[in-house]
Design a protein around this ligand. Structure first.
Ligand code: ADP
Length: 334
């Protein structure tokens, strides 16, 4: 339940439907993916064909689900949404595939977490629009081939490299989603504020954008918290000061670090002189589990160039000293 978590919580899910861009024109940023996808979809429409299978890779909250819905909308097709972990058995996948209508978009989130048998069934479905349904068990089992209507699979994964090559190769198009630049997130915030009927200035939107870790989902979440603050503590209008004050209260700092991130960094600097220090020692110093430090805090710190993982242990970069306003042993800040 961190404010800067990348996964959607219940409240996110409730509002995200209302905030989702409905077509490619409304979708902010990701120029390359947008342009390429636009061509793929236009070409398919011109041929009167079902669009090629699309693989979207990128961190959570960058807009993969949104893009899959846009693909369906642009193709005038219905969409079915499911995820790798939800498909336990190949039979679950067969049931979904056999109920698709012609041209339907099947969005498969976390496709890298599908079971092996389901994955193999998917190969054939993607390539030949056919599945073999196994009926019976043991020596008496028979495979009954089942024709499928042509459909478009949109697979989403955090990293395309996690997918086995045979699966990756069956996608006609792969889009790599990047973290958003602050100016792009500022546009996302403005757009969401308009939809939520919140008054916000450019500077206020920039302040929220700067703390959103390159992720639209986080930007939308911070916007809602700042809106609450503006309504309770001010006249409801979000200025730079209001946004900064609100997010200070929620302990999301100017660079988007939260309390846990800062605790890790502070321990590394103050207790271990900036490292190198082993992960376990660092975790004990912070009073957290190893996994929490490694999987929850570190990825963003590494991405921000504040912390480095080396064979000798974790070390702080000069930017870390600077960010926390501390001076290292050599007497130089930053
Ligand atoms: P993912 O599937 O990658 O986890 P989502 O598609 O669910 O991410 O996006 C999370 C939230 O961020 C949605 O509410 C959506 O409105 C917003 N969002 C994502 N990308 C964009 C974008 N490019 N422009 C505007 N809003 C976006």
């Amino acid at each position: 339940d961190r404010l800067v978590a990348t996964a959607a919580d219940g409240e996110d899910q409730a509002v995200e439907a209302a905030l989702r861009p409905k077509d490619l024109g409304e979708f902010v940023g990701q120029e390359r993916v947008r342009e390429q996808l636009d061509l793929v979809l236009k070409a398919a429409r011109a041929r009167g064909a079902t669009a090629d299978h699309v693989l979207l890779s990128g961190a959570p909250g960058l807009g993969k689900t949104t893009l899959s819905m846009i693909i369906a909308a642009e193709m005038g097709a219905p969409i079915r949404i499911t995820s790798g972990p939800a498909i336990q058995h190949a039979g679950d996948l067969a049931a979904i595939l056999s109920s698709l209508t012609e041209g339907e978009v099947l969005f498969l989130d976390e496709i890298h977490r599908m079971s092996r048998p389901a994955e193999e069934m998917l190969y054939m479905a993607m390539e030949d629009f056919r599945v073999d349904v196994i009926v019976g068990k043991g020596p008496g089992a028979t495979a009954i081939p089942l024709e499928l209507p042509p459909f478009t699979l949109v697979g989403a994964t955090t990293r395309a490299g996690l997918l086995p090559a045979p699966l990756r190769d069956r996608f006609g198009f792969t889009g790599h989603m990047e973290f958003y630049a602050p100016a792009e997130l500022q546009r996302v915030v403005h757009r969401s504020a308009r939809l939520l009927d919140v008054e916000i200035g450019d500077q206020g939107a920039a302040e929220i954008a700067g703390r959103s870790r390159g992720t639209p989902r986080i930007a939308n979440r911070l916007l809602r918290r700042v809106r609450d603050y503006a309504q309770v503590k001010a006249d409801g209008v979000i200025t730079r000061e209001i946004a900064a004050q609100a997010l200070d209260v929620y302990e999301v700092d100017a660079r988007g670090l939260d309390r846990l991130d800062r605790a890790v960094l502070t321990a590394l600097l103050k207790l271990f002189g900036g490292g190198p220090v082993g992960l376990s020692t660092l975790a004990v110093a912070v009073g957290e589990e190893r996994e929490t430090v490694e999987e929850v805090a570190e990825p963003f710190l590494v991405r921000e160039g504040l912390l480095a993982r080396t064979p000798r242990g974790r070390i702080a970069t000069p930017a870390a000293w600077e960010h926390l306003g501390l001076v290292n042993d050599a007497g130089t800040a930053g």
